[in-house]
Design a protein around this ligand. Structure first.
Ligand SMILES: [Zn+2]
Length: 118
């Protein structure tokens, strides 16, 4: 690059959180769009997931920025499973949630590398 970059930003492509989110969107889409943001949540809260009824309907996932990178990825996986299981049963930690959580773990546990598209 010939242009100087006085304030280098974190390389989003290599951010584990961004990688995990991209893989979840690609591999395990929810029934509605999922808007994800990292922000300050109260201590002890790693993340949450809500159905936002305003048009266009979507899920809002928030992940606490107060915790380490790994904790943010774990929280993302957990909240993504809530979004996936939302319309199946009571949106709580039930069996369908557990299945979706396992699926999400499998995706992220694969290392987030792009698989060959057949
Ligand atoms: Zn939960």
């Amino acid at each position: 690059m010939s242009r100087p970059n006085p304030k280098p930003k974190a390389d989003k492509r290599r951010d584990p959180f961004t990688t995990a989110l991209r893989e979840l969107r690609r591999t395990l889409p929810a029934r509605l769009p999922v808007r994800v943001r990292r922000c300050r949540l109260e201590h002890g809260t790693f993340g949450d997931c809500r159905l936002i009824e305003d048009e266009p309907q979507h899920f809002r996932v928030r992940v606490s920025s107060l915790y380490s990178g790994d904790a943010q990825v774990f929280a993302l996986i957990h909240e993504w499973a809530h979004a996936r299981a939302w319309f199946v049963e009571d949106p709580d930690h039930d069996g369908h949630f557990g299945i979706e959580l396992a699926r999400a773990w499998k995706v992220i546990g694969a290392g987030g590398e792009d698989e060959e598209e057949a």
